[in-house]
Design a binder for this molecule. Structure first.
Ligand code: NAD
Ligand code: DAU
Length: 356
């Protein structure tokens, strides 16, 4: 048996592939374009593993996706590939529309064609799992109830709008063509192999090199943080036991204001790798806010618990400690990802922000 994973060289995708092959002998065909966010070093442990078949390619390339499906006849597609960073979507929305909307459309069409050629159990048990985000629901006020699966979509950034569009395509492909698809909407992930453009790894990297820790606006925006391993187990649960056509919210029951997250990282680093120049909190710098910055996300994850028995196993304390340790122990990975292109992005995103 085989599954096709898209975006399996990115942060969550690579964690998913590693987790999958640690607990199953089922082959993973990993289709990834290796954009700036894709990194085969994440999958180094699988270099000699015949159960992992890596294919460099674009989900927008219909002919290639058709061939891949025909050759490997997967029993499921798990779709992670996307442009995923909100700040980059503000600087350049085009690639977000291309990959997240056109790419998902292309994958859906190729999968629909492939699925229509299957019969019997193969056809009945086939699944397409679309990995999406809580950002499609928009922004919450301080007293609003957490997002449920029935909340209206109100995406606010080019990134979340492109993901919302892809979610709607998946829904329509099930409703109209009967494609056996499911969608997950997850909150902010953190953990090993996350590219240091996102809040937690960026703060760890900057703090370790004594650079300013750029907190947007007043730092009181709230996110619901989930350890990546818990996201992977939730995706597996939905793939195995989720109901076709349903969406499942995934979250950590762990709302934190950004400034709280940054302070906790500083304290953990001070404990695990003290800095002779003093506590890392001295590096915190409030900077110009992100345009259109969503104030609060919170996930109501009761449906996935009720229907599939899934709950996160890490607390923020245990997950963040593991994460900080991982970055401290993986210098080579960290040095490699901070290449010239990374430095160009840091200049593009932070160069024009002023300290407030
Ligand atoms: P990421 O940016 O780390 O990785 C994305 C991967 O997709 C990369 O390996 C990249 O090379 C690949 N890719 C991009 N364009 C491609 C294309 N056209 N064809 C093939 N591969 C392509 O992203 P991530 O943080 O791992 O997120 C994975 C998925 O989970 C995304 O769909 C994202 O929207 C969703 N998600 C992320 C989070 C989070 O906190 N990171 C939370 C909820 C949902
Ligand atoms: O909610 C799920 C989403 O979480 C995913 O769909 C996205 O793919 C993922 O990137 C993430 O989006 P965010 O915009 O919430 O994540 P990011 O790590 O970029 O930012 C988290 C918060 O920290 C956000 O409020 C912005 C703030 N921030 C971020 C950076 C990079 C800062 O204050 N300073 C920074 O330098």
């Amino acid at each position: 048996m085989t599954i096709l994973v898209t975006g399996g060289a990115g942060f969550i995708g690579s964690n998913f592939v590693l987790d999958w092959l640690a607990s199953s002998d089922e082959t993973v065909v990993n289709l990834d374009l290796l954009t700036y966010a894709g990194n085969l070093q994440n999958l180094e442990a699988l270099t000699q593993d015949r159960r992992h078949v890596f294919v460099r390619g674009d989900i927008c390339d219909r002919g290639m996706v058709d061939q891949l499906l025909a050759r490997h006849t997967p029993r499921a597609v798990v779709h992670f590939a996307a442009e995923s960073h909100v700040d980059r979507s503000i600087h350049g929305p085009g690639s977000f529309v291309h990959t997240n909307v056109v790419g998902t459309y292309t994958l859906l069409e190729a999968t629909r064609h492939y699925w229509s050629t299957r019969s019997g159990t193969e056809r009945d048990s086939f699944r397409f799992l679309h990995v999406s985000t809580d950002e499609v629901y928009g922004s919450l006020g301080p007293q609003d109830p957490a997002f449920t699966e029935t909340r209206a979509y109100e995406p606010n950034s080019p990134y979340s709008a492109s993901k919302a569009a892809s979610d709607h395509l998946v829904r329509a492909w099930t409703h109209t063509y009967g494609l056996p698809a499911l969608t997950t909407n997850c909150s902010n992930n953190y953990g090993p192999y996350q590219f240091p453009e996102k809040l937690i790894p960026l703060m760890i990297v900057n703090a370790l090199s004594g650079k300013p820790l750029p907190v947007y606006g007043d730092g009181m925006q709230v996110r619901d943080w989930l350890y990546v391993g818990d996201h992977c187990s939730a995706v597996r649960a939905v793939l195995q036991r989720g109901r076709i056509g349903q969406t499942y919210n995934i979250g950590g029951w762990n709302e934190q204001p950004n400034i709280g997250v940054v302070r906790t990282i500083c304290r953990l680093l001070d404990e695990l790798k003290p800095d002779a120049s003093g506590p890392r909190e001295r590096l915190i710098t409030y900077v110009t806010d992100r345009p259109g910055h969503d104030r609060r996300y919170a996930i109501d994850a009761r449906k996935i618990e009720r229907e599939l028995g899934w709950r996160p196993s890490e607390t923020f304390e245990t997950g963040l400690r593991k994460t900080v340790r991982w970055y401290l122990e993986n210098h080579a990975w960290l040095d490699a990802v901070q290449s010239g292109a990374y430095r160009e992005w840091v200049q593009a995103n932070y160069g024009a922000r002023t300290a407030t």
